[in-house]
Design a protein around this ligand. Structure first.
Ligand code: ADP
Ligand code: MG
Length: 664
């Protein structure tokens, strides 16, 4: 009976280490490692039932011979199928074996996103389905093959002793499945309804405990660090910038500064669409902190983004005497030690980094301001964790994801909200075009023209599969093909998830410095990177992305005053067309939700936790209200059951923080 990972047969030292570095140390951790998405290979549908943009499995028969050709260096396989009533055209790129597969087996189960082009149903890059089941997709753990990970989770589910965490009365009242059953279904669902119930139960529990903590800590808010404004110095700093703040930025900054100057600790969310200029507002607050002798920390979701903030800080803050540092998982041990020392002594005034900022060894001398950027990327509320690091630092959360106000209030309890609802002047909306494969070379020529004019371009390749390996392959392949395209005359570079982080950072730095013209990448650049000189964003296989994600991606260009372009490589679809029609992140987020349907549980969650709280909150409005009411009821109650629940909630929070702390 394996009780620990170590006891599982055939699990070697290397694998154990790989698991450990992903935070998996025991069977319980494996069970808590929920899939990030599912492929629902049971959603067998007829074409006539499929909504535009819906993912489904179709039972199809080939209607004629497939064709195979080389187009712009890529193998293009095309075939027409019929589902008994309706026709559909399917294309595959870079899968040369597909031709033979189809000829040998003309009847296929095919899974993909069904769209319409010029009145004809189409599918691009679908998967061939061999087993009709809902299959879990886990976040890749480098060094552990996907199949083995699935098997390990299966073993853990059999062996571990899964405790119930909610009282029977609640389980009955809300008709929830028990915890062991919910976890089993969340990993290996028997059916969609069972999966939905399981995820509902897990989210219910997470949200309830989360909210109980929020309510319990309410009113006990400690006196925060009081950071006085320094109007004169701040104005000098603002005057040194090459631009003036927009009115929305000014208003937000005012709100932040007056919060910081008041004795109550700040808890504020800044919401602003991509490119609205949240970073400089954060920097102003950090500058004011440093002037008052306090330290500040800015935590970003990726190393790249953290590095970029740090680079900006070196240019903007250090010359003014604010000592800055960068701390990420990739920081060498000796350097880490030095930074820890200088954070403890108070020498470092502004520190930038990833989760490493809240890892165990870090002690601050007097943290007065804690900022998290692109908050929606974090699975759990980091506020507590980063907050724990100071006595009661002022907390600022920055997000590009629009969250309805009432919901944000419920989610964050006492969080105040500032909205930057204005883009810097002179920003022209990114011109977004859908580009069919046949126009690829003319697009390359267009990019080459831009490069000759001194501009730069991104080419983003989609997540092809669940693994970083195959994603990297697709980017590498695209990069190779460029060498045979008109773009061969430009300076090309490649970044993907399999590269070492120093290598990645080096390439990105070169791109930021203008030493690279065209950057091919997997979606690593999705969040926050800022290269104002880049004027073109190409998204390969654009139909594979969600609308909101595409909007984020195109936000990477159009950051200067010049015209910027986003080219979506795809046939024209109704869904993608929306992006060519509006630049409003809020409209797009809503439409995205509407198209996917609120009940879409198959979309990728941001984290492997059931508490993809921020990401899911928009979809889970009703659950949120239910749980909020329940949490209030429990907080007010003195029954043994309520007391037990409050205790469980506190334990839960502690565990969550430990998970956060151990992620480095
Ligand atoms: P986001 O809100 O998406 O994080 P950033 O803070 O990265 O946006 O800002 C995007 C770009 O806009 C940066 O290049 C920044 O220097 C620039 N910027 C910010 N504020 C202004 C402004 N008021 N006027 C002109 N450019 C600005
Ligand atoms: Mg940003």
């Amino acid at each position: 009976m394996p009780r620990a990972l170590r006891d599982i047969k055939g699990l070697g030292e290397k694998r154990l280490q790989a698991l450990e570095s992903a935070g998996i140390r025991g069977l319980d951790d494996l069970i808590g490692f929920l899939p990030i998405k599912y492929n629902d290979f049971t959603r067998l549908k007829r074409l006539s039932e499929c909504r535009e943009g819906e993912e489904a499995v179709l039972r199809l028969v080939l209607t004629g011979k497939p064709s195979q050709a080389r187009v712009n260096g890529r193998t293009l396989t095309r075939a027409s199928f019929c589902d008994g009533a309706e026709k559909i055209h399917i294309t595959w790129f870079n899968q040369p074996w597909m031709y033979k597969t189809l000829v040998n087996a003309p009847e296929q189960l095919v899974f993909g996103r069904i769209e319409t082009r010029r009145g004809v149903r189409v599918l691009s890059q679908p998967k061939l389905v061999t087993q009709i089941a809902i299959t879990p997709v886990y976040k890749t753990i480098p060094g552990v093959p996907a199949k083995q990970l699935r098997d390990l989770v299966g073993i853990a589910l059999e062996q571990a002793d899964i405790r119930e965490t909610l009282p029977q009365t609640l389980i009955g009242r809300f008709a929830l499945p028990g915890r062991p059953e919910a976890l089993r279904q969340a990993h290996f669902p028997d059916s969609t309804p069972q999966l939905e119930q399981a995820l509902y139960r897990l989210k219910f529990e997470d949200m309830l405990f989360f909210m109980l903590n929020a309510l319990l800590s309410k009113g006990t808010e400690e006196v925060g660090a009081v950071i006085p404004k320094n109007e004169k110095a701040l104005n000098a700093f603002l005057g040194s910038l090459p631009y003036t703040l927009t009115n929305a930025q000014k208003k937000t900054l005012e709100e932040i500064l007056s919060d910081m100057a008041s004795p109550k600790a700040m808890a504020r969310l800044v919401q602003g669409d991509v490119g609205s200029g949240k970073t400089i507002v954060a920097f102003c607050a950090m500058f004011v902190s440093a002037l008052a002798g306090f330290q500040s920390a800015l935590m970003a979701p990726t190393e790249i983004l953290a590095g970029q903030h740090y680079q900006s800080a070196l240019q903007l803050l250090e010359p003014l005497g604010v000592k800055c540092a960068l701390l990420t998982g990739g920081t060498p041990a000796s350097e880490k030690k030095r930074i820890y020392g200088q954070l403890a002594s108070g020498e470092i005034k502004a520190v930038f980094g990833t989760h490493a900022l809240i890892s165990k060894g870090v002690e601050y001398s007097n943290l007065g301001l804690a900022i998290t950027d692109e908050q929606h990327r974090f699975g759990v509320r980091q506020r507590t964790a980063l907050g724990l690091k100071g006595k009661s630092p002022n907390v600022l959360v920055m997000s590009a994801t629009p969250i309805p106000r009432t919901m944000a209030l419920i989610m964050y309890g006492d969080l105040d909200i500032s909205v930057i609802d204005e883009l810097p002047p002179g920003r022209k909306p990114v011109k977004t075009r859908i580009v069919p494969e046949s126009k690829r070379n003319s697009m390359y020529n267009f990019i080459l023209e831009e490069v000759r004019r001194g501009r730069q371009a991104y080419i983003v390749c989609p997540l092809v599969e669940e693994s970083e390996e195959t994603d990297a392959e697709s980017a590498i392949e695209t990069y190779r093909q460029l060498a045979g395209s008109p773009l061969k005359n430009a300076k090309l570079a490649l970044v993907h998830g399999k590269m070492k982080s120093e290598e990645k950072d080096k390439t990105l730095a070169e791109f930021a410095d203008g030493k690279v013209d065209v950057l091919v990448s997997t979606t690593v650049i999705e969040v926050g990177i800022n290269v104002p000189n880049a004027s073109v964003m190409v998204v390969e296989d654009a139909q594979r992305f969600g609308l909101a994600q595409l909007h984020q991606l195109r936000g990477r260009v159009g950051r200067g005053a010049d015209e910027a372009w986003c080219f979506l490589m795809s046939g024209e679809t109704q869904r993608l067309k929306l992006l060519t029609q509006t630049n409003d992140g809020f409209v797009i987020a809503e439409k995205d939700m509407e198209l996917r349907g609120p009940g879409d549980i198959f979309g990728t969650r941001q984290s492997g936790s059931a508490l993809g709280l921020n990401a899911d909150a928009i979809k889970d409005t009703e659950l949120l209200y239910t749980v909020h009411a329940l949490a209030k009821e429990i907080t007010a109650s003195k029954t043994p059951e309520a007391i037990g629940l409050k205790q469980s909630a506190q334990t839960w929070m502690k565990d969550k923080n430990e998970i956060i702390f151990s992620q480095n």
